[in-house]
Design a protein around this ligand. Structure first.
Ligand code: GDP
Ligand code: MG
Length: 398
């Protein structure tokens, strides 16, 4: 039981309810109940409010954070003229429950932080991003203080760092690291002077999101979110740096125990065939979730093709995870060696490597151990594929 308590956000009661409802259902509806239940945990809402002066790069950030370019479908309008007069919500293209809000420009002559926060309905947000494309000013600190008073979190972001760097590069003794440190310190000192204790500023470019301080920012956001929201953040973040890749893996890994525990609990429900069918459904659903979160689903690969100029075949040839072509109960069974289908060589190898767990498959459900071993292997393989693809696409950008 301890392990269960440690890892999860479902309570013992919820689990009992779940068991009770499936024990009165027939096989297909019981499996559906479990699938729905697993889906629910990825549907937790996350609301991020992006604020800053007009032209500071809010809309560009809103797009980049959702993995979109300014001209992609569903992206926020960007440009020299402020287009946002009231809060506009932009849903993540894959995880509609992740909502990034493009908020109206701040710092107009009669600006009052408290009125502004009322206007945008501050209660709704999990945290705020306060963006400045140059120095931070009164309006930024007023907002920060007011947000803090209301018990919410915020992060200071200094945007358009790419264009600052381009300008600085003209200098003779240009040193990227030093320049970035100087800008960061300068912003932080400025904030201290206008009343913020220990400010932390993240240097970001909406045009090159994966560079500069994105890793530090995502780490901080992840650390400060409650556990159930953390997963959703890591699902939604674009897989554009090695650190994000690692962090995604870590968060999903922590969830495997919980998912496998669900399988073990189902195994105690005396409905013939249920346990095995549910385990297959669990592995299938989670594996699909991994592919999607690491940006290896077909839609994401298509976008990567367009950006990197590589073909789908080229990209797929870099992938090694056994389920990369099709995820069906049959392909999962093949992976377990429980079906004697003609399978590709690497799948056979994979099966051999999981032989010790096949015994428990025969015994009924795949059980806690089997499900968690399968998921861990799948997660490792998929994260590695994503890393290789990431490297390949970075190569073409340089
Ligand atoms: N170089 C550079 N320009 C940016 C960046 N972010 C935004 N811009 C440009 O700055 C202008 C204002 O950006 P926008 O996102 O519309 O700002 P908003 O008014 O705060 O929403 C646009 O012309 C953008 O293309 C960035 O990271 N780097
Ligand atoms: Mg805008």
């Amino acid at each position: 039981m301890d392990m269960f308590e440690d890892y999860c956000t479902i309570t013992q009661e919820e689990l009992e309810d779940l068991k009770e409802s499936i024990s009165t259902q027939d096989l297909p509806s019981a499996i559906n109940t479990i699938k729905e239940y697993l889906k629910q945990q990825d549907l937790v809402e996350l609301n991020i409010g992006v604020m800053g002066e007009s032209g500071s790069g809010k809309s560009t950030f809103v797009n980049a954070f959702r993995g979109l370019g300014d001209e992609d479908e569903g992206s926020a309008k960007t440009g020299p003229v402020e287009t946002t007069m009231e809060p506009e919500v932009y849903l993540h293209p894959k995880y509609k429950n992740v909502k990034v809000w493009d908020l109206p420009g701040i710092g107009t002559p009669n600006f009052k932080a408290d009125e502004y926060l009322e206007l945008v309905q501050f209660e709704r947000y999990d945290f705020f991003i306060i963006i400045a494309s140059d120095r931070f000013r009164e309006c930024h600190t007023q907002l920060a203080k007011e947000i803090k008073n209301m018990g919410k979190k915020f992060y200071f972001v200094r945007s358009k760092i790419d264009s600052t760097i381009t300008a600085e590069k003209r200098k003779k003794n240009f040193d990227l690291r030093k320049t970035l440190d100087t800008i960061r310190e300068d912003c932080e000192n400025g904030l201290k002077k206008i009343g913020i204790e220990d400010p932390v500023v993240f240097l970001i470019s909406g045009w090159e999101l994966g560079k500069y301080d994105l890793n530090q920012l995502q780490e901080r956001m992840e650390k400060e979110l409650p556990q159930h929201k953390r997963r959703v953040l890591m699902l939604a973040l674009p897989n554009i740096t090695h650190e994000i890749n690692e962090n995604k893996k870590k968060v999903f890994q922590d969830n495997i125990a919980k998912v496998a525990f669900l399988s073990a609990c189902v195994a105690t429900v005396p409905l013939p065939g249920l346990s095995f069918a549910v385990d297959l459904a669990i592995v299938k659903q989670q594996t699909e979730m991994y592919y999607s979160a690491f940006g290896l689903d077909d839609t994401s690969l298509q976008m990567l093709c367009e950006r990197s100029g590589k073909s789908i075949e080229e990209l797929k040839s870099l992938m090694k995870s056994p389920l990369r072509f099709v995820i069906t109960p049959t392909s999962i069974l093949a992976l377990l060696g429980a079906a004697s289908l003609a399978v590709a060589e690497d799948v056979v190898e994979y099966v051999l490597s999981v032989i010790p767990i096949i015994g428990s498959v025969v015994a009924g459900g795949m059980s806690y151990m089997t499900v968690s071993i399968m998921l861990k292997r799948a997660l490792n393989d998929i994260a590695e594929d994503a890393r290789n693809l990431l490297m390949a696409s970075l190569e073409t950008e340089v």
